[in-house]
Design a protein around this ligand. Structure first.
Ligand SMILES: [Cu+2]
Length: 320
């Protein structure tokens, strides 16, 4: 399966990657353009007031420029942006794909429910989407406020604890895009990114079907030493690998860490922090706190025997 062609501008808000993009781009242009005009106007007035002698009518300028002007401009902007907003916040069309994304410090839980095919599964840190089909995102947070933003598709939308926010996007261009948490959420906010791959409907459906199955099907995988090392070192306390362990500590819906059922097939590791290679997987398990200080996962360095880390990394990279 292709992993999508990396775009030369994977994170540009001026890239029209979705059907709703035009509205976002127009809104951005109007705000930036209007803001620039107002700034230039104020600078001009400042220049005139400094270079001229004599009395200006201060009352007129205070009420006109200080009260009336902002009220008129902000009211107009409010109605204008509400009007444009319907592009991405209408009711979801019945054939839309529902993707729930939950922000965690500092990774993304992604849960699919395709009402057309009945397929459901959970994954993390990577979102694959079919081109041309409306995607209804349900956005939530498990801890602090995060913000879901895939600039090339449009957005952004805050993820607020205790609420579910919605965003409708219809991917229009195949490719690999980058998303980024857009609300400061603590130490590793900068390393809370996301891979988004838009492909043809056929490619997406094949991927989704595979994701819904556990990767563990062959004896080779079941008898691999990495599997027992994974369980022995209690990685399963925080991580689910469907078919091997289901991490659902009491009181949480999703476990404390990303679902690893198909981690070997992802493009990157730890919320787009490292490219996904067997070497990087091994490094991540050993030096977690050096790579992403503060991450809610302990380094393996002083608790997991090197042989076990070797085996676990080899095993996880087979889970495609
Ligand atoms: Cu953040």
């Amino acid at each position: 399966m292709s992993s999508g062609v990396a775009s030369s501008t994977p994170q540009s808000a001026f890239h029209a990657g979705a059907e709703q993009s035009a509205a976002f781009i127009e809104l951005t242009m109007v705000l930036v353009g209007g803001g620039t005009l107002i700034f230039a106007g104020v600078m001009l007035l400042l220049f005139l007031s400094l270079s001229r002698q004599g009395q200006a009518n201060t009352r007129l300028w205070l009420i006109g420029g200080g009260v009336l002007f902002p009220v008129i401009v902000l009211t107009a902007l409010f109605f204008y942006s509400e009007w444009k907003r319907t592009a991405w916040k209408p009711l979801p069309p019945p054939d839309s794909l529902v993707v729930s994304v939950t922000g965690h410090m500092w990774w993304w839980e992604v849960s699919y429910h395709d009402t057309q095919t009945g397929i459901r599964f959970v994954t993390a840190n990577e979102i694959r989407l079919p081109k041309g089909r409306p995607v209804y995102f349900a956005l939530a947070s498990e801890d602090v406020i995060h913000s879901f933003w895939v600039p090339a598709l449009g957005g952004k939308m805050d993820m607020v604890p205790g609420r579910i926010q919605h965003l409708l996007l219809t991917p229009a261009v195949e490719g690999r895009w980058r998303g980024q948490c857009a609300e400061f959420c603590g130490e590793q906010h900068a390393l809370m990114a996301l891979d988004v791959v838009v492909s043809s409907a056929e490619e997406f459906n094949a991927w989704a079907l595979a994701q819904a199955q556990p990767a563990i099907t062959t004896d080779l995988l079941l008898s691999h030493p990495g599997r027992s090392a994974f369980l022995q070192n209690r990685c399963n306390f925080c991580h689910a690998v469907r078919g091997v362990s289901d991490a659902h500590p009491v009181g949480t819906q999703s476990g404390l860490g990303p679902d690893l059922t198909h981690v070997g097939g992802r493009l990157s590791l730890a919320a787009a922090t490292l490219p996904n290679t067997p070497q990087n997987l091994r490094r991540w398990i050993e030096h977690t706190q050096q790579i992403k200080p503060g991450a809610r996962m302990p380094s393996g360095a002083d608790r997991v025997p090197p042989k076990d880390m070797e085996d676990i990394a080899a095993w996880l990279s087979l889970l495609k």
